[in-house]
Design a protein around this ligand. Structure first.
Ligand code: SF4
Length: 301
């Protein structure tokens, strides 16, 4: 059966273990499953987010911080039964959601596993944590299954998306995907305990040299739904193939991130999670800090 799960539409037969750009064949590749507290505050209530890191990726970001699992595909083949066991394990650990990281190439396996886990009592909200490069009809099919969409809006300009992440026509495809997600579940809804119940939360990593097209991304998001919260991230540091890149071979300058933060108000995006500028200082490792609550900077959350 020809795979057309994502916009690359490789057309190869994964059921017979051919692999396309994502490198995923007839089985899911599980890299790690853990209780994770390095996400935005609404995702880490309870014991934390039940992250399920899947190996392989439809993007080829030269600067990917997770390149060992995304590009080098360091993961173990697992059955849907194994995944269902994993979901229930995370629920038993007290996680407040199931956070599928880079799920798109694994979707058939994940859906089968989720049905199995639900039959065995799994009731956690599902977070679809992706790069925002999908076929809109796949998003439509996830209606009623995914509770929280957590897409990236990585680039505002296609030339950089193709050069640095191998994602042709990213900006228009991404806008259509986020629009469909918003139509389906609306902006992020948080319960009285602070936990994410449903809706869309967008992530955007600010890149050196304005490569991410932050202004255009924020303008697009505002045109889709300005109530959708955006997580603005400062944590970029060069790794993998970006180390020697003339543009991406350095960390962000403080002013670059501050300029991006100022744009939030310009485009009327009043719900935002702004990562601590301390993330700019870290050269050897990254520890995310989303404790800077948006309400202290903007109205909203
Ligand atoms: S999911 Fe993988 S094999 Fe299928 S179209 Fe996308 S990149 Fe190609």
């Amino acid at each position: 059966m020809a795979c057309d799960l994502c916009p690359h539409r490789c057309g190869i037969d994964r059921l017979h273990d051919q692999t396309g750009r994502c490198g995923v064949g007839s089985q899911a590749l599980l890299a790690a499953a853990e209780v994770h507290r390095g996400e935005e505050p609404p995702l880490i209530t309870g014991a934390g987010s039940g992250t399920v890191f899947l190996a392989g990726c439809i993007a080829r970001c030269r600067f990917c911080q997770n390149y060992q699992i995304s590009l080098l595909r360091q993961g173990h083949p697992v059955t849907p039964e194994n995944l269902a066991d994993t979901f229930l394990f995370l629920q038993n650990q007290g996680c407040s959601n199931l956070n599928w990281v880079t799920p798109s190439p694994h979707l058939p396996f994940l859906l089968k596993a989720l049905a199995m886990a639900m039959n065995r009592g799994c009731h956690l909200p599902v977070v679809y944590n992706c790069n925002g490069y999908m076929n809109v009809d796949i998003v439509t099919e996830l209606d009623g299954i995914v509770d929280v969409y957590l897409p990236d809006m990585k680039y505002g300009e296609d030339v950089w998306a193709e050069k640095y992440s191998g994602l042709p026509e990213y900006s228009s495809i991404n806008a259509g995907v986020v629009r469909e997600m918003a139509k389906q579940v609306g902006a992020l809804v948080i319960d009285s305990s602070g936990a994410a119940l449903s809706g869309v939360l967008v992530r955007h990593l600010v890149l050196p040299g304005k490569i991410a097209g932050t202004a255009r991304v924020l303008k697009t998001l505002a045109s889709i739904n300005p109530d959708i919260p955006i997580s603005l991230m400062a944590q970029y540091r060069p790794c993998y193939e970006a180390v020697d890149d003339p543009v991406l071979g350095r960390c962000l300058y403080r002013e670059e991130f501050e300029d991006a933060v100022e744009l939030l108000a310009l485009y009327g995006l009043t719900r935002a999670y702004v990562q601590s500028a301390d993330a700019l200082q870290l050269q050897d490792g990254y520890f995310p800090d989303f404790n800077r609550q948006p309400g202290k900077i903007f109205t909203g959350e």
